[in-house]
Design a protein around this ligand. Structure first.
Ligand SMILES: [Zn+2]
Length: 239
């Protein structure tokens, strides 16, 4: 029995390996993510880069092709919903995908040191952090402990939604995703410079918990996210 490519693994259990090349172009990185999400939505994931051979291959260095700044929600696991594996995604997650100093520093590390060409802000429908902020604003009460910091970080998005006349929770989530994209770029001149030079793009995506599909809701540079997302016909084709 051959154990080629399955060093340390159990015979017969190796999964299909679908290795992506080292991606340096934002558009190729985005296409790779969308393709992975389509496989996941369609129930035909490849589970790429999760075998023991690949684990060993990436032990000496990483070249992730996307940074995911996502909500911590347990149903939003980046490598699962984008059908990727070890070394593919540089993931930073907080409740409500807030963008404080440590998050900004992590993004800058990936973009400037690792050369990652794409930053994705990943939110989702029915986000608990957004709902908590909404309740706090409605009642005028702040949550106890450090949860207040999460709520405070989401409140600017609530005020923006109110100014735009948006009051449904999913509409507010979309605004919060777009707001986080703007915050990343506004607070990180390093990231903004990489985008201005064309070496990186930032895309905001919203994930639907039941369907498993992502759709773009914001992009810098404008018009970058031009790939359609057929899993969600209501999604805009371009943002
Ligand atoms: Zn959430």
């Amino acid at each position: 029995m051959s154990h080629a490519g399955n060093a340390g693994g159990q015979p017969g259990t190796q999964r299909t390996t679908y290795r992506a090349p080292v991606l340096s172009e934002p558009s190729r990185a985005y296409a790779e993510l969308v393709a992975g999400n389509r496989r996941f939505v369609g129930g035909a994931p490849h589970h790429p880069n999760q075998d023991a051979g690949h684990r060993a291959a990436v032990a000496d260095g990483q070249h992730p092709f996307a940074v995911i700044v996502g909500c911590s929600d347990s149903r939003l696991a980046a490598e699962i919903i984008f059908d990727r594996g070890l070394g593919d995604l540089f993931v930073v997650r907080t409740a409500g995908h807030t963008a404080g100093p440590e998050v900004l520093g992590s993004v800058e590390y990936a973009v400037t040191v690792l050369g990652t060409p794409l930053v994705v802000v990943l939110g989702h429908d029915l986000c608990g952090a957004v709902q908590a902020a909404r309740e706090s604003a409605a009642t005028g009460t702040a949550p106890s402990g450090h949860l207040g910091a999460v709520v405070d970080a989401v409140l600017p998005s609530l005020r923006r939604a109110e100014a735009e006349g948006v009051d449904d929770i999913d509409g507010i989530v979309d605004i919060h995703i777009a707001q986080t994209v703007e915050t990343l770029l506004g607070q990180s001149p390093v990231l903004a410079d990489e985008v201005a030079r064309g070496r990186c793009a930032v895309v905001g995506m919203s994930y639907r918990l039941a369907a498993g599909a992502v759709r773009p809701v914001a992009a810098v540079p404008a018009g970058f996210a031009t790939l359609d997302t057929p899993a969600d016909p209501a999604a805009p084709a371009t943002v």
